[in-house]
Each structure stands twice: as C-alpha cells, then as structure tokens.
Design a protein around this ligand. Structure first.
Ligand SMILES: [Zn+2]
Length: 566
C-alpha cells in the first residue's frame, strides 16, 4: 500500500510540513544564488519545499524487496555482466517486473534502449620511447585507446608538462592557457591543486573536484587537441596503488562508440609510474618535485620538455549491443516533465581464471539498488491519483566499466534533458539496521541537497557529509553522466558506511553475496525517504537547480534557454 503521512497531499501540504520544517526552510533554497533564468523555479522551490511528505515505512514491501535482491544476486544471473547470458536474464527480469507493475515503456514502444559497445583489448604494446629512455609497458607505463582502430602508433610527438591538465574558469585556472597542444603528448599530475596544497581556498581543498578525475583529464586533453596523455601516478592523490592502474588499463575495456569511431578522443589514454616520471624529468634536466610544487600554485605555466615520445600497439575489437532498461508512470498534468529514479543493473559478471570460475554476484552493488527501484515503482504506481509529472524507473548497463549505459542515455535521451527535473541514483543500499543519518555526496552543488535535508528531517534523521570526499564518489556513479548534461542529479550510496568491513572484504569481490541475515532496516528508511523526494518533485512545481558555478550548471542554463526560446 502506498500512503503518505499527510493526506490528501495537495490541500494539506502546508499544515503538515510547517512544524517540522521551519529550520530546514530557513536555510533552504531561497537563500541560494540563482541565475535569473531560474528565478521562477526558485520561488516555487522556496514555497513548495513545505510540501514534502513522508512516504510511510509501511508502503515499502520488504519481503518483495528481499525476493528481488535474492533473485538478481543469485548464481543463475551470473553476476550480471554486460553482453553475457547474465545480461539477458537481468534485462528479461526487469522488463517482466515493469510490465507487471503497469509501467509504460520509456523508449517509444520499448522498455529497452540498445547501447552500442566496443570491447577493446590492447595487444603487443611496444616500449615507450621518451626523453631518450625506454619504459616497459605494465610496470612503468600503461597505454590504451578508445579510438576504433586496429593499429595505433605515436611517432616523435612533442612532450609538454601541463601541470594538472585543468581548464576551470570558475576557479580561474587554465593549465592550457596560450598553449597549442595539437598532436602533442601531454604529461600531467593526478587529482587537483586543492588536494595537493590542502588549501580550502584552492578548488575544494581536500575534497576531490571533477577536475581531479582521470576521466576529466583525458576529456579536456581531447578538447585541447592533444594526441597522447600520460597521467603521473601517485598513490595518495590517486586514491589507489599502481597495481590498480596496471590492472584496469592493460586488459579488455568496454567503450561507447560514436559516429566518428571515437576519432575525437585522445589517441593514447596513458599512465606513467612515479619512478619513470622522476627519471624522465631528471633526464631532461628538470626536477619533478619542484615542477609539482609550481603546478599547484596559481599562475603556473606549462613547460615543454624539449623531447619526443613514440610508441605503438594493436587492438582486438569486438562490437556488440547491451541494453538500458526503463519504464514510466505517465504524469497526469505534465507528462513531458520527467522525474527519474535509477540504479545500474550491471556488475562484474562471471570470470574464468586459471581453470576456476568466480561469479561476482554484486548483491549490495547493485542488486540492492535495482531491487529498491522496483520496490518504489511498485509503491508509487499504487497511488490512485497518480502524479502530475512522469516518473521514470530505470536500470542502465555498464556502470562498472565507466558509466557507459548512463552516458549513452544522457546523450540519447527519450525526452530532452531540459525536461528532466531530477535524477536520483541508488548505488548500494544499507541492507543492515536503520541509522539516524543519510549520507550526502558532494557539497553545495545542488538545491536537491536542501530537499534531502528536509526529507531526512521528516524522518528524524540528519544529513552526514561523505566521510571520504577525497575519493570523489559524486563523479563515479551513473547520476554523474546525467549531471554532465546539466540534469540535477544525486547519489544515494550507503554501501560500506554502515558496515566498515564491507569495503575491505566484499566490495567488488566474490563475497558480495545476499545474506539471509540482512535486516533491511536501512533499506526501508532510505526507500521511504527517496519516495518522499520523488513525490515532492512529481507534484509538478519544483525545478531543482545547480548552486555552485560549474560546467554542469552552464549546461543546464544553456538547455533551459534553448527550451525557453522554442
Ligand atoms: Zn555500483
């Protein structure tokens, strides 16, 4: 049964919210700085924030939830690897569930969206000749490409040290200023100047910004026209050791394929071992430590190493299509405006190694999230009056290999991104007892954070900031692919927080299995909270917005302006 504590919700909204919400409203969206184009939405956000209502715990059917997790995380589903038999089972299961709930297809007449993927395996990697040195693949550098080419070679390419490789107008920072890197090889540091200096005034201090992620560094270098990128690995600012870099860059990788066969991406996505980098700088008569120091201070200028780089390798390429899955509960008044709840369906699949088969069932990551989406779809679809806006319930593919399904969806959306009100993403639920807080990832990015605080307060909970902001988790799950297109998006991830042994012992390991001992108290309270937020957005008045200046905010402003002009 689907019930809100205050009914009927439209007539009653202010009465039921006023007593609980005074404090959150005072600090809520009304005070934030907002572009003029968004002003109308802020007013409504400020006045209707009080319309938030709690979805009662009783609406969440935990027995049904448990059954979904158990099924999705069973060996029969083979760890839900994209392009495997496990994918077929998972997609069939999801489509069956959505149909059963009476959801309509989200992609025209289909519940699925085909995502074209390439499986690229680099082979025969030569040594990297740079600065008169000869580095070995694997132990001293890694190199791969996402361009769809069978042979790749880099020949006598000029090498430039570009600091952190960051172009961030909102931080008044451009490592590429007045520099032409077309066809050149750029060498750069990992993370961002804020992390390096711990200066809270620089970027976001210890908390990682998107500029610190390797994905950004390759993207920006491509925009600048660079041919090859080598990121210098250091364990602290990267957040992982060289072993992780070597492992995840030397084997088969999935990639999306654009119309141009990814020709606009960089030719070499590379990493350089710290020892190799030190040798290289010494060889060209420079001091790595000194340059690193300079690179984390404002006013840094890129430095030509006056040397060339060469290397070559071949690729084995297989093409195939994986599937995103989504169903909708069509809105009654504003069906073209979509409010979205999501969880990635994929995990690491079945791996054969040394004659042994290991199935990575991914029970918490992310059968728990997918089961949450179905369970909430079930609860919300039972609401007789329906919702003003359309609710979308989705499960995308290939998150674990780089948010690929989400990226494809965000670039090939069933409705324009300017019609997407908010995107809520669950990645790993708290399957244990309930707790008196909810985690927030990223700070002061979005007005959704205020709504999260309101929803938590209604449950007597508080918001706790992500205790590991240096890991940049806000940039590492599917919602971020939508955020990059400007859609206000938020991550719900309690994975590991309530059970400290989870990360060490089970996360991305074969032991992430379903356990009958799970109490699911955390699932119940979090689904209830997420249900409240969905209900609030689906009423049809609120447009969440970006607070802090960023590429994401610019994207949203542009999309909204285009929409207004139409
Ligand atoms: Zn996950």
């Amino acid at each position: 049964m689907f019930t809100y504590l205050c009914k009927p919700y439209r007539a009653f909204s202010f009465v039921c919210a006023a007593s609980v919400l005074t404090s959150t409203l005072m600090t809520g969206s009304a005070n934030a700085e907002v572009p003029a184009s968004n002003l109308a939405s802020v007013e409504s956000s400020a006045t209707t924030n009080s319309k938030m209502m709690t979805l009662s715990n009783a609406s969440i059917d935990l027995d049904v939830y448990r059954q979904h997790v158990k099924t999705l995380a069973s060996d029969e589903f083979e760890g839900r690897g994209p392009l495997s038999k496990g994918e077929e089972k998972t997609v069939d299961y999801l489509v069956t569930q959505y149909k059963k709930l009476g959801l309509k297809p989200a992609f025209g007449d289909s519940y699925t969206q085909a995502v074209p993927l390439a499986k690229i395996t680099p082979k025969n990697i030569s040594s990297l000749k740079i600065g008169g040195l000869d580095f070995s693949a694997g132990s001293e550098f890694t190199a791969r490409t996402q361009r769809i080419v069978n042979d790749y070679s880099l020949t006598n390419s000029d090498v430039i040290f570009v600091g952190y490789g960051i172009n961030a107008p909102e931080y008044n920072w451009n490592d590429y200023a007045d520099l032409d890197v077309k066809g050149k090889t750029v060498v750069m540091l990992v993370n961002d100047p804020g992390f390096a200096s711990k200066d809270p005034e620089l970027f976001q201090g210890n908390a990682m910004t998107y500029y610190g992620r390797w994905t950004y560094k390759y993207e920006e270098a491509a925009r600048q026209g660079a041919e090859a990128v080598f990121i210098i690995h250091e364990t602290m600012p990267a957040g992982y050791g060289w072993g992780v870099v070597e492992n995840s860059n030397s084997n088969t990788k999935f990639s999306l394929v654009d119309d141009d066969n990814n020709a606009s991406q960089v030719g070499v996505m590379g990493w350089l071992h710290l020892n190799a980098a030190r040798q290289l700088f010494e060889k060209v008569g420079m001091d790595y430590g000194e340059l690193k120091d300079k690179a984390s201070k404002p006013g840094f200028m890129p430095i030509a190493l006056n040397t060339k780089a060469s290397l070559g390798f071949t690729n084995t390429i297989e093409r195939a299509e994986s599937q995103n899955v989504a169903g909708i509960l069509e809105g009654t008044d504003k069906p073209e405006e979509w409010v979205m709840l999501h969880a990635h369906w994929d995990h690491l699949g079945k791996v054969e190694k040394n004659g042994q088969t290991t199935i990575y069932n991914g029970a918490v990551d992310n059968a728990s999230g997918v089961a949450g989406v179905i369970t909430l779809a079930d609860a919300l679809s039972k609401r007789e009056e329906g919702f003003a806006r359309t609710l979308m319930f989705s499960a995308f593919t290939a998150e674990e290999t780089g948010l690929l399904g989400a990226d494809y969806f965000a670039n090939n959306p069933p409705v324009p991104t300017s019609n997407m009100v908010a995107f809520l993403n669950i990645d790993g639920m708290n399957v244990n007892d309930d707790v008196d807080y909810i985690l927030q990832y990223g700070e002061s990015y979005l007005s959704i954070e205020d709504d999260l605080a309101t929803a938590a307060a209604l449950q007597g909970r508080t918001v706790k900031m992500d205790p590991r902001p240096q890991n940049g988790l806000f940039f590492r799950s599917d919602h971020f692919a939508l955020a990059k297109q400007g859609v206000p998006s938020i991550l719900f991830m309690s994975l590991g927080d309530t059970d400290p042994s989870f990360i060490a012992k089970r996360y991305h390991k074969a032991d992430d299995d379903y356990l009958p001992s799970w109490t699911l108290g955390g699932v119940q309270q979090d689904l209830s909270l997420i249900g409240s937020m969905l209900n609030y957005y689906a009423q049809g008045d609120v447009w969440p917005y970006w607070k802090r200046d960023s590429d994401f905010k610019d994207k949203r402003t542009q999309a909204m302006e285009v929409k207004k002009a139409k």
